[in-house]
Design a protein around this ligand. Structure first.
Ligand SMILES: *[C@@H]1O[C@H](CO)[C@@H](O)[C@H](O)[C@H]1NC(C)=O
Ligand SMILES: *[C@@H]1O[C@H](CO)[C@@H](O)[C@H](O)[C@H]1NC(C)=O
Length: 420
C-alpha cells in the first residue's frame, strides 16, 4: 500500500456514534413524537365542527399537553445534537492522521513511518520499532504541518519559522523538520561574557523575517507584552534597573531573594523572562538560569543567546524537559494567560513543583490576575501546594503594558516543603 495510518483513538467512535443516536432518541420517544404529531395534525386539519366535537370528547388531550410533549422532544433532540457535535470534535483530534491523503508532503510521511530496530527486539526495553514523535494535536493542523514539511532534504530550510511557531502554539510539538539547513546569519561583534550581558544586540545578528519590526529600535517603541515593556533597550530604559532597584513593595530585589536561599541557589529556571534580564542579573551572581521563551512578535530567543544566556524555545503546554527536583529556584514573571482553561495553570504549577527541589524557592514576580476572582483562584491553587511563604505581597496596580486597567498582582517567594 505504501500508506500508513497513525492510529490515535480507539477506532470505536463510529460505533459510539450509532449507539448515541439510538439511546438519545429511543424508540419510546419516537412513538410518542409520532402520536403527538398525528394528533396535532388531526386536531388542526379537521373541520371546525369536527374539531369542536373532538375537543369535547377528548378534553384530557389538550393543547398544553401537546406542547409539553413537543418541547420535551425538541429538548431531547437538541441535547443529542450537542452530544454528537462533541463526539465529532473529539474524533477530529484523536482518531487518525491518515497519511494516504493527497498532497501530503512526502517528507512528513517518511518521518512518521515507524522504523524497525535494526537488531530486532531490544532486550532491555522490549521495543521492536521506533515511532517518530509528533504531537497528536498536529492532526488538527495537518495542512499547515504538510506545508511546513514541504522542504528539500539536505537543502536550505524554508525561511518560515513563523509557520513553525504557529504549529507549536496549536500544540503540535515536537516539530518533525529535521533534514535541512536552518537559515543562519553571521553573528558579528559578539562580546565576551560578562560584557555581553548588557551590550545592545546588533540588528544584523538576528533574523527578522515574519516579524513586523525589522530592528530593536522598532521593538522598543512598540507595545510588547507585559513582561517585555522596552525590554530590548539594555542601556537607556528601565530594563537595567530591574531586580536591583525596587519601584514598590511588589518588586523584590534579587539579593534579598538570594539571601532567603541560604547559599544553595545555583541553578534556576525563568518562565516569561522577556529578554533575559533576570538571567543576566543572576549570571552576575554566578547563578545559572535557563530562560523559557518563544519568539512572540520578536526574536527573543536570539536576543537572549546573544547576551550569552541560555534560551529554551518551548511553549508552556509542554512538560518541562528536566528531571524531578532539579532546580534551586523557579522564577515566574508577569501573568500567564490561560484563556478559559484554568486547569492549564494547574498543570503548570504541578510541573513547576516537580522540577523544583525540596527547599527550593518559587518566586512569583508581579503575577497578575485580571480580577479578584482570578486572584482568589490562583491563591487557593498555590496554597494547596503548602509552600512556606517567605515573602507575600498582594495588591493592585495599573497595568504596566499601558492599558490603564487596574490589575491585581501577587508577588511572593515560596519555599517548597520536603514531602514524605
Ligand atoms: C389540560 O391538561 C393539563 C395537564 O394534563 C391540565 O392541567 C389542564 O387542566 C387541562 N386543561 C383543559 C382545558 O382541559
Ligand atoms: C563569581 O565567580 C567568580 C569566579 O569564581 C568570582 O571571582 C566572583 O567573585 C563571583 N561573583 C560573585 C558575585 O559571587
Amino acid at each position: 500500500m505504501g500508506s500508513v495510518s497513525l492510529k490515535i483513538g480507539d477506532g470505536t467512535s463510529r460505533f459510539r456514534r450509532a449507539a448515541m443516536y439510538s439511546s438519545a432518541i429511543n424508540i419510546t420517544k419516537f412513538f410518542s413524537l409520532l402520536t403527538t404529531i398525528l394528533f396535532a395534525l388531526y386536531a388542526f386539519t379537521s373541520s371546525p365542527k369536527d374539531r369542536q366535537n373532538h375537543l369535547l370528547h377528548h378534553t384530557r388531550n389538550n393543547i398544553s399537553l401537546i406542547s409539553e410533549h413537543v418541547s420535551l422532544i425538541l429538548r431531547e433532540i437538541d441535547s443529542s445534537k450537542k452530544k454528537l457535535a462533541k463526539i465529532d470534535k473529539e474524533r477530529l483530534g484523536y482518531e487518525s492522521l491518515d497519511l494516504s491523503r493527497p498532497h501530503l508532503a512526502n517528507e512528513l510521511k517518511l518521518f512518521l513511518q515507524p522504523r524497525q530496530l535494526p537488531m530486532g527486539k531490544d532486550s532491555r526495553t522490549g521495543i521492536t520499532e521506533m515511532v517518530a514523535s509528533v504531537g497528536h494535536s498536529c492532526v488538527k493542523s495537518v495542512d499547515l504541518l504538510s506545508r511546513y514539511m514541504a522542504y528539500k532534504v539536505s537543502g536550505p530550510c524554508p525561511d518560515d519559522w513563523s509557520v513553525a511557531q504557529k504549529l507549536i502554539l496549536r500544540g503540535c510539538e515536537p516539530l518533525p523538520r529535521r533534514r535541512c539547513f536552518a537559515k543562519s546569519v553571521p553573528k558579528v561583534g559578539l562580546d565576551p561574557f560578562p560584557i555581553s550581558l548588557w551590550k545592545p544586540v546588533g540588528d544584523k545578528n538576528v533574523i527578522w523575517s515574519g516579524l513586523e519590526c525589522k530592528s530593536f529600535e522598532c521593538l522598543n517603541s512598540k507595545k510588547m507584552s507585559r513582561g517585555c515593556v522596552g525590554c530590548f533597550d539594555l542601556v537607556g530604559g528601565y530594563e537595567n534597573q530591574k531586580f536591583v532597584k525596587s519601584r514598590g513593595k511588589n518588586e523584590f530585589l534579587i539579593d534579598d531573594v538570594l539571601a532567603l536561599g541560604s547559599g544553595g541557589v545555583r541553578i534556576g529556571f525563568d518562565i516569561g523572562g522577556g529578554s533575559g534580564t533576570f538571567a543576566a542579573r543572576m549570571a552576575e551572581r554566578n547563578v545559572t538560569v535557563i530562560t523559557s521563551t518563544l519568539n512572540i512578535d520578536a526574536p527573543i530567543s536570539e536576543f537572549i543567546a546573544a547576551r550569552g544566556l541560555f534560551p529554551l524555545f518551548l511553549s508552556l503546554d509542554h512538560r518541562f524537559p528536566f528531571y524531578d527536583n532539579t532546580f534551586d529556584f523557579v522564577h515566574v514573571a508577569g501573568g500567564l494567560y490561560m484563556g478559559e482553561r484554568p486547569e492549564k495553570l494547574e498543570f503548570l504549577m504541578f510541573d513547576i513543583d516537580r522540577i523544583l527541589r525540596a527547599g527550593g524557592l518559587f518566586w512569583l514576580d508581579n503575577f497578575c490576575c485580571p480580577n479578584n476572582e482570578k486572584k482568589s483562584d490562583l491563591i487557593s491553587l498555590i496554597e494547596r501546594f503548602t509552600y512556606k511563604k517567605l515573602k507575600w505581597v498582594v495588591g493592585e496596580k495599573v497595568d504596566s503594558a499601558g492599558s490603564g486597567k487596574i490589575e491585581v498582582y501577587l508577588s511572593a517567594v515560596l519555599q517548597k516543603p520536603v514531602r514524605a
